[in-house]
Design a protein. Structure first.
Length: 343
């Protein structure tokens, strides 16, 4: 198990994360019937045999009415999708049931508790494999259907949830972690980090802050490799370093872009100078080149926020002067403010 896997499992060893997972990602009124204060992590040493050979999984249970519901959380950190995941889950749940029977931890009427299998997947590609066991079994004769095993797991594909706008918008620690994992631009990373700082500032959350810090020590280098994450001592310090680095990225990006624009402008100027005068051509070329490059820099920044640059904003960019464009490049507006600027 890699360092990232260990840190992620450590995060989901905290009741607050599991609570937000249930409240933010489970559908149906049944969640309101859960006694979330009863959330209890089942120790890794609880089960025998091969149940916990997958050390990056987590097992919890929570009270529903008078009985327990088990939550089996599978943490999948891999570049390829596991086609036969339902078969693996079926095996693990079978092992869990065997252990509960051996320990005589059944309901009063000697029934097994329900188990909710959840697969948390953070791969770059979207999950395309079946989530139900019956989709992996060849169609049998109709008379055989009642005898086939049935199982379906709840898939939480981080990238798909973010892309579809399906992450909870309210205060939710799991959603913030997912946004950190899937951030495509420094601004996205900073925004998700700011939410975590706001939500975890209470003294009673010191243990959870430390867990997220440990996770960042391991995961941070893949999110923003220019930052020395292992030297960060607390979340506030991490946020400060991140904001400073974002400003450095923007300044460097702007300098490189304008330098390229000037070079392209000189080439345009030389070409036009042959017809209308070498000196005048250089001047016009430099101006047009740097303006065009500034416009392209701003388009790329806006595309990160909007996905695609809205048509009415693109019209404004085409009509803006170089000074206006450079000013907008240096102003880190939120999406709503950008809309106001370009109206």
């Amino acid at each position: 198990m890699g360092e990232h896997d260990t840190a992620y499992k450590f995060l989901f060893s905290h009741r607050a994360l599991m609570r937000d997972l249930l409240l933010g990602f489970m559908e149906g009124d049944w969640v309101r019937e859960l006694d979330l204060d009863s959330l209890e992590k089942v120790s890794d040493g609880y089960a025998t045999g091969d149940l916990f050979s997958r050390h990056n999984d987590a097992l919890w249970r929570v009270r529903w009415k008078r009985e327990w519901i088990y939550l089996y959380l599978m943490l999948e950190f891999q570049s390829t999708v596991e086609r036969f995941m339902p078969v693996r889950i079926l095996t693990y749940i079978g092992l869990l049931y065997q252990d509960l029977i051996r320990r005589k931890e059944l309901s009063q009427d000697r029934r097994l508790p329900p188990v909710l299998p959840i697969v948390l997947y953070n791969g770059k590609g979207r999950w395309r494999a079946p989530v139900a066991l019956d989709n992996l079994i060849q169609p049998p004769p109709h008379a055989v259907l009642p005898y086939l095993p049935r199982l379906q797991f709840l898939l939480l594909d981080e990238g798909a949830l973010l892309h579809e706008g399906a992450l909870p918008g309210q205060r939710n620690l799991v959603a913030a972690i997912f946004r950190l994992e899937q951030s495509q631009a420094p601004e996205d990373l900073s925004r998700a980090f700011s939410h975590l700082l706001e939500w975890l500032k209470g003294p009673e959350q010191s243990e959870l802050r430390q867990a997220i810090l440990e996770w960042l020590h391991r995961r941070g280098p893949s999110l923003a490799p220019e930052i020395s994450w292992r030297e960060v001592r607390n979340l506030q310090e991490a946020n400060t370093m991140l904001e400073e680095r974002i400003q450095e990225w923007k300044a460097q990006f702007r300098r490189e872009g304008l330098t390229k624009g000037r070079e392209e402008g000189r080439e345009i100027g030389l070409e036009e100078g042959r017809e209308e005068g070498r000196e005048e051509g250089r001047k016009e070329g430099r101006e047009e080149g740097s303006t065009a490059e500034a416009r392209n820099i701003l388009r790329r920044q806006l595309a990160r926020r909007f996905g695609t640059v809205p048509e009415h904003i693109d019209v404004k960019l085409n009509g803006a002067s170089r000074e206006q464009l450079e000013d907008w490049i240096d102003r880190p507006y939120e999406v709503e403010e950008l809309e106001d600027v370009f109206r």
